[in-house]
Design a protein. Structure first.
Length: 333
């Protein structure tokens, strides 16, 4: 997974600043717990009480009355130590989660920056717009069967089969795709250098136009500038080569919202946007949003929490990445 490395000077968004402020607050809370003199005093007191406890739990000659005062003080001290440890765990969990979200937001929003890491196959000198036949290529008999997945929401049956009728039926409620909608797009074979684009190549793209009000035909644009600095390439395409991504701005009951998309579980294969790039790659789910946001943490985050997956990408060693759920879809093959 070769990629160029660079440092972006893009200013932080309001949302990123907000999450950094939250993370800093959690870190300050944790620091306050550690720096509190009372915390170390309690631990020292508990250690002294333990040293005064009879060895092998043998009662002294005076019986239970001889250890009862130590027992009461020790119980109180241990409860205080446990309370402090719980506070530390919550503060650490909140700080880690908020930093994970901050990192994911930063990476997801940098796909349009020229000087960044990229895994994009080399571009060729193809025309800016790829011609589309007058009759949309929607009669393919190729069918890709994906395993059934649990999902949530009122419109949760989104099977990303490439069989035309199955795709139309699954996406009808979202059509026509609106201008500005982000999608995973499969470029035509041969648009890269030496025809490098193949069936496994999917890139991030943005819908710019619905062609002649035909809800199955679109113009999409690569948001990444070309090597000569010109705006990203435009492609005319059909629904067969498009996989709409969840719309983070859609209402919760919308068929375009994250709620209407499948929930992928540990061990499942997905397609996700590799951090700091504009390319999608095959990945294995290591943790689902429910695993990334346990009940306690979710309550702390409230409605601000963004669902995320922990993934391991193919051919990427043992690296693990946190990726926003809105950038994770079913693997189409």
């Amino acid at each position: 997974m070769e990629r160029r490395r660079g440092i972006s000077t893009r200013p932080a968004s309001t949302e990123e600043v907000d999450y950094w402020s939250r993370a800093r607050s959690s870190i300050n809370t944790l620091n306050g717990i550690y720096s509190n003199p009372g915390t170390m005093e309690t631990i020292g007191r508990v250690n002294r009480l333990i040293s005064n406890w009879p060895s092998n739990d043998t009662l002294p000659a005076e019986g239970f009355d001889g250890v009862k005062p130590v027992y009461k003080k020790l119980l109180s001290g241990l409860q205080e130590v446990k309370s402090n440890a719980d506070k530390e765990a919550r503060a650490i969990g909140e700080a880690m989660e908020r930093l994970d979200v901050l990192i994911a937001l930063r990476r997801a929003s940098e796909s349009h920056v020229t000087d960044k890491r990229t895994k994009r196959p080399p571009r060729g000198q193809s025309p800016a717009v790829i011609p589309t036949p007058a009759t949309p290529a929607l009669n393919s008999h190729q069918k890709i069967t994906l395993p059934a997945r649990n999902s949530v929401g009122p419109n949760s049956n989104i099977p990303f089969s490439r069989e035309p009728k199955a795709r139309r039926d699954a996406l009808t409620a979202q059509l026509p795709l609106q201008e500005g909608r982000k999608v995973a797009f499969h470029p035509p074979t041969g648009t890269g250098t030496n025809g490098s684009t193949d069936e496994s190549t999917w890139i991030l793209a943005v819908v710019t136009k619905c062609i002649n009000q035909d809800k199955y035909r679109y113009v999409v644009q690569d948001p990444e500038p070309q090597e000569d600095g010109q705006p990203g390439m435009l492609y005319t395409t059909t629904l067969k080569s498009i996989m709409p991504l969840p719309d983070p701005n859609a209402p919760p009951n919308s068929p375009s919202h994250q709620n209407a998309y499948p929930v992928f579980h540990v061990g499942e294969t997905v397609m996700a946007l590799y951090p700091d790039t504009s390319c999608f790659y095959r990945a294995e789910v290591l943790a689902s949003p429910s695993g990334m946001h346990p009940a306690g943490r979710r309550a702390a985050q409230g409605a601000q929490s963004k669902p995320m997956y922990k993934l391991k990408f193919e051919d990427d060693g043992d690296q693990e990445h946190s990726v926003l759920a809105q950038l994770v879809v079913a693997w189409p093959g």
